[in-house]
Write a protein that binds this ligand. Structure first.
Ligand code: PLP
Length: 234
C-alpha cells in the first residue's frame, strides 16, 4: 500500500508535467498539494520519505494534530471551510489558508495574526458556479471583499483565489468555470490593489485537474488519486 501511495503521487505529478508541456506552461508553475484529510499520519510519513512537502487538510483540528505529530516539518494547507472559532488552532501551523470566504473570517484571522505577530498568506474562496451547497463569495463580490480586507487588515496577505468546481462526470464541463476564475484573477491583478498579489490560483481536484491546469491553475489539490477513496464523504 505505501508503495502505491508514492507511485500514485508520482503518476499524478507526471500527468501534471505532461499537461503543462502540452499547453506550453512550465511545470514548475504548478504545485501539487496531496490532500491527506481523513487519512492517517503514516500515509503522510510515507510520502515525506519520497520528498513530498505540501499536504492539504480541511479540518482544523486534524491539521493541528498532524502538525504536532509529524516527524519533520512539512507545509500544511488549510483547504476547507474555516469557522471563525477554529482560526486559533491553525493560524501558526498552515502555510496558506485557501478558504477565506467572508469579511468576518478575515477579521478573526487578522486578530489572531496580530496577537502572534504573524503575516498569514490567504486565498479568497470563490463559489464561481453559485452552488448553494458550497462556501465562497460570488464572482461579483470577490474584488470588493479583497479591497475591504486589504485596506483594513495589515497582517493578512492575499495571494490569489481558490475554487471548488462542481462535481461532474466530465471534467470538460468545468472548463468555463476554470477559465472564468483565471479571468477573474487577472482582472483583480490588473487593479493593482495595495498589499494584494494575485499569483496563486488554487483549483482542480482528482476528477478535473488537467482541465484546471490548461486553464491556468497554479495549485491543484489532489486526494483520491493519491490516497484512494475516503471512507467518509466530505
Ligand atoms: C477533499 C478536497 C480535495 C481533494 O478532492 P479529491 O477529489 O479527493 O482529489 C480538494 N479540495 C478540497 C477543498 C477538498 O475538500
Amino acid at each position: 500500500m505505501s508503495e502505491n501511495l508514492v507511485e500514485n503521487y508520482r503518476a499524478v505529478r507526471e500527468k501534471i508535467d505532461e499537461t503543462c508541456k502540452a499547453c506550453g506552461r512550465d511545470p514548475k508553475e504548478v504545485t501539487l498539494i496531496a490532500v491527506s484529510k481523513l487519512k492517517p499520519l503514516e500515509d503522510i510519513e510515507t510520502l515525506i520519505k519520497a520528498d513530498v512537502n505540501d499536504f492539504g487538510e480541511n479540518r482544523p483540528q486534524e491539521l493541528k494534530k498532524k502538525f504536532d505529530e509529524v516527524s519533520v516539518p512539512v507545509r500544511f494547507h488549510q483547504i476547507g471551510h474555516l469557522q471563525t472559532n477554529k482560526v486559533k488552532y491553525i493560524i501558526n501551523k498552515t502555510v496558506l489558508i485557501h478558504s477565506v470566504d467572508s469579511y468576518k473570517l478575515a477579521q478573526v484571522i487578522e486578530k489572531e495574526a496580530a496577537k502572534r505577530d504573524l503575516f498569514p498568506d490567504v486565498l479568497i474562496e470563490v463559489n464561481y458556479a453559485g452552488e448553494e451547497s458550497k462556501y465562497g463569495v460570488s464572482k461579483e463580490e470577490a474584488a470588493d471583499l479583497i479591497k475591504e480586507i486589504s485596506s483594513n487588515f495589515r497582517h493578512i496577505h492575499i495571494k490569489g483565489l481558490m475554487t471548488i468546481a462542481p462535481n461532474v462526470d466530465d471534467p470538460e464541463k468545468n472548463r468555463e468555470i476554470f477559465r472564468g476564475m483565471h479571468e477573474l484573477l487577472l482582472d483583480i491583478k490588473s487593479q493593482n490593489i495595495d498589499n494584494v498579489d494575485m499569483s496563486i490560483l488554487s483549483m482542480g481536484m482528482t476528477n478535473d485537474y488537467t482541465v484546471a491546469i490548461e486553464e491556468g491553475a497554479t495549485m491543484v489539490r489532489i486526494g483520491t488519486a493519491i490516497f484512494g477513496e475516503r471512507t467518509e464523504q466530505i
